[in-house]
Design a protein around this ligand. Structure first.
Ligand code: LLP
Length: 424
């Protein structure tokens, strides 16, 4: 799954650093990323589509760490952002403002104004009232907002219903029938420039087929828009490119994707933009956790870890499957166990009914495929500080996010003085 996260004599290494050493130095739960894997994935995507020279906007929502964003910015990536917070992180990380695309159905006035002041590339507009709001903000600031309308092509991406976005019953984009009118509205409002058309079908997608289907659906509209609006130049295909989570699961077929996309985009004469998140980061990372207890009941054996659903919510939320293996070789016949966390919910599992060798307290486990939507969706549930994050580069390892402590949990909290005042 990654040439950079490998087994040497049965022990797990991230590039040239043993996982066990990082766990001993920094404690667990610990997210550990490989720089090399991220760079390889970026270059693979770039070279598969090189004929089109696409702009690649890293979907910050997959992993908003400053150092990871900086690493991608240095490779030439732009960013796909969905909030004022992500705008700030992207700018601090050094992403060029004109390489930012700002999507999301709920942009507030303050977020729109901050993005206009920063000079962002394109607003991805999801509704008519949002279009009017962006226009009003741009007029007030004396700026021009470049906009791409997000079209919902009603294509089935064949993925989890919670992460399906390109179907008409979802809240995203405007349906194809109404899209032409929304573009006309954009043309009629002040301080807007029509830059292009956007779509994002869902995440993760297994192959190129839904992208090809969606492109065929929007092609006639794109042709009409190109004729009417000389500034209409960008086709943003969104993200969603899948990765193998299971050992024998195939890779996303980049060559077939390129073969399907390149001629279609070229025929339209548009510039391609894409917004990958998971593809760049998912398999660049392992989450390291320590076995706290082995617990049996008459029906099951539980391996209880110090990592739980507050660290990685994908298994309970989407029924997502992440490979789990011991970091060091463990002898003995494999048995079926549930790998669970310390949180007070039965939904707090990392893997159910897994075959693992006999484990004992103190053993280290690695949970694979956790670089995208792992730390990004972590919470403080059950009064737990969020994990630390480490970036490995060859034999070097650097902390890119410190472990949260109790102080971090209570810092924003306040006790109003009247709570302690005697009753009046
Ligand atoms: N562009 C837009 C407009 C998006 O909404 C998303 C993801 C992406 C790009 C990036 O998709 P990616 O290339 O990373 O698949 N939490 C879920 C995934 C939610 C995806 C939301 N939007 C998960 O853990 O699987």
């Amino acid at each position: 799954m990654s040439d950079s996260i490998v087994w040497r004599n049965g022990e797990l290494w991230i590039e040239d650093v043993p996982a066990a050493r990082l766990a001993a130095e920094h404690g667990t739960p610990l997210y550990v990323y490989s720089r090399r894997h991220i760079e390889q994935q970026f270059r693979r995507l770039q070279s598969a589509l090189s004929e089109l020279q696409p702009t690649i906007h890293f979907a910050l929502k997959a992993n908003g760490n400053l150092a990871i964003t900086r690493l991608l910015a240095r490779l030439g990536a732009g960013a796909d952002i969905v909030s004022g917070g992500e705008l700030d992180i992207a700018l601090r990380a050094g992403v060029a403002p004109d390489r930012l695309v700002f999507a999301g159905v709920g942009k507030t006035r303050a977020e729109i104004e901050a993005a206009l002041r920063a000079g962002i590339g394109i607003f991805i507009v999801e509704s008519e009232p949002e279009l009017a709001r962006i226009s009003a903000c741009a007029v007030a600031l004396g700026r021009t907002a470049r906009v791409a309308i997000r079209v919902n092509p009603d294509v089935d991406p064949k993925t989890h219903v919670y992460t399906t976005t390109g179907r008409r019953e979802t809240k995203f984009g405007v349906d194809l029938e109404r899209a032409a009118r929304v573009f006309e509205l954009a043309a009629s409002l002040p301080a807007l420039e029509i830059a292009g058309l956007h779509m994002h079908l869902g995440s993760p997608l297994a192959d190129e087929q839904p992208y090809a289907e969606a492109l065929d659906k929007v092609a006639p509209l794109c042709r009409r828009l190109s004729e009417r609006h000389p500034t209409f130049r960008v086709l943003d295909l969104g993200g969603g490119f899948g990765i193998p989570y299971r050992p024998r699961q195939p890779e996303f077929p980049l060559d077939a994707f390129a073969a399907a996309i390149i001629p279609r985009v070229r025929a339209l004469g548009l510039r391609l933009a894409i917004e990958p998140g998971r593809f760049l980061l998912g398999n660049a990372c392992v989450l390291l956790a320590t076995v706290q207890y082995i617990k049996d009941n008459p029906f099951r054996q539980f391996v209880i870890l110090d990592a739980g659903m507050n660290d990685l919510i994908r298994p309970p939320l989407y029924g997502a499957w992440h490979d789990i293996r011991p970091v060091r070789p463990r002898a003995g016949e494999r048995i079926h166990v549930d790998v669970v966390g310390p949180i007070c919910e039965s939904g707090d599992f990392l893997g159910k009914d897994r075959r693992l060798p006999p484990l004992e307290e103190g053993d280290l486990l690695a949970i694979f495929g956790t670089g995208a939507y792992g730390m990004a969706m972590a919470s403080n549930y059950n009064g737990r500080g969020r994990a630390a994050e480490i970036l490995v580069d060859g034999a070097r390892a650097g902390v890119i996010r410190a472990r949260e402590g109790v102080e971090d949990l209570v810092r924003p909290m306040r006790i109003p003085e009247w709570l302690d005042a005697p009753p009046s």
